[in-house]
Design a protein around this ligand. Structure first.
Ligand SMILES: Cc1ncc(COP(=O)(O)O)c(C=O)c1O
Length: 333
């Protein structure tokens, strides 16, 4: 890990140049620090936050599960250029002191929860670090710091942004020196959030609590409905969501509700591909977290996803309308 320096702290130093900080970025950081419960550094995307975390921890080996393909893409670049080693979460025996365990929970695109305390205890045994991507369950749904992780990341493009009109990311630590180091690294990575995006994110955070609670409740209600009425939809073969997971750790982690994202599988790739065209409220698009409900035939953007899989992101529309929409489309399938 790199040496800490006390050069520049955006929360106290006067803004002098936007790449270091500007009033919108420091306000966003102050608010997200309170919401997430640590010290936050904001970035111009979720992926640049992940890259900054890798630069900070400087691991020789990273253990990573399935999860968002973009994080794997960054690790592939580092593997190609710098021989960084990438292993699965079930190959922790290949990690050494100073390496990194990256846990995405709930995990994209299935919205399945992984046991954070298991990985934190393994990391402590090895002397490795833990980074949790909690994009799918931001506060108050989950708080990875309850399990002593070293750092949390979010794609703020999703629930914090909430309007599908900005890109942003953040890293959060409970160690002030680490936050200062991240702020100094960011100067040379050139990845501070832009001024306008910072302004848009501040606008979004005013309605954050209303949105996330509604979106989480709607997803859980829709999943419950589909699961209880599977007999009505013979083409619906699988439903994936944390609310259907029975492991003890799920309830301990999802303290404020389940993720607003869930996934379904249909009997054939053709039916999955065409289901979005039968929906009125759910737009066929990638991304998630916005006030409008989205559905994505996941193979469209992620070649590793099964061709029968559809990822659903619940917005803030009336939940009965959303259920009726899915009911009608699934019956047509
Ligand atoms: C779980 C997760 N992490 C990270 C990212 C990357 O975020 P961004 O698109 O803001 O770079 C995404 C994007 O979809 C994501 O779903």
């Amino acid at each position: 890990m790199c040496e800490h320096t006390e050069e520049f702290d955006p929360s106290t130093d006067t803004p002098i140049y936007s790449r270091l900080s500007h009033p919108n970025s420091t306000r966003v950081e102050a608010i997200l620090s309170k919401i997430i419960g640590g010290e936050c550094i904001v970035y111009n995307s979720g992926l640049s936050a992940f890259f900054a975390a890798i630069m900070y921890f400087n691991p020789k080996t990273v253990a990573i599960g399935d999860g968002y393909h973009g994080c794997h893409g960054i690790l592939e670049l580092l593997k190609r250029n710098y021989n960084i080693k990438v292993v699965n979460l079930n190959q922790l025996d290949q990690l050494s002191k100073g390496d990194l365990i990256h846990i995405e929970t709930p995990e994209n695109p299935y919205s399945i929860v992984h046991d954070i305390s298991f990985y934190v205890s393994k990391a402590k045994e090895i002397g490795a670090f833990t980074l949790v991507d909690a994009t799918f369950a931001p506060p108050p749904l989950s708080n990875p710091f309850d399990f002593n992780v070293d750092m949390i990341m979010h794609s703020a493009t999703k629930y914090f942004g909430g309007h599908s009109d900005l890109l942003a990311g953040c890293l959060v630590t409970q160690n002030h020196k680490v936050k200062v180091q991240l702020a100094n690294d960011r100067i040379y990575l050139g990845t501070n959030i832009a001024n306008l995006e910072g302004y848009l994110l501040l606008r979004s955070l005013r309605t954050y609590e209303l949105r996330i609670n509604q979106q989480s409740k709607s997803a859980t209600k829709i999943v419950e409905y589909l699961n209880n009425n599977k007999n009505l939809y013979p083409e619906l073969t699988k439903i994936h969501h944390s609310s259907l997971q029975t492991d003890d750790f799920v309830k301990k982690q999802m303290i404020g509700g389940d993720s607003p994202v869930f996934s379904i599988e249909l009997s054939t790739p053709e039916k999955a591909k065409y289901l979005p065209s039968k929906l009125k409220y759910f737009q066929h698009a990638t991304s998630l977290g916005g006030v409008e409900s989205l559905i994505e035939w996941r193979a469209m953007t992620d070649s590793s996803a099964p061709k029968t899989l559809l990822r659903v992101s619940c917005g803030v529309e009336n939940v009965e309308d959303l259920i009726a929409d899915l009911d009608s489309a699934l019956k047509q399938a």
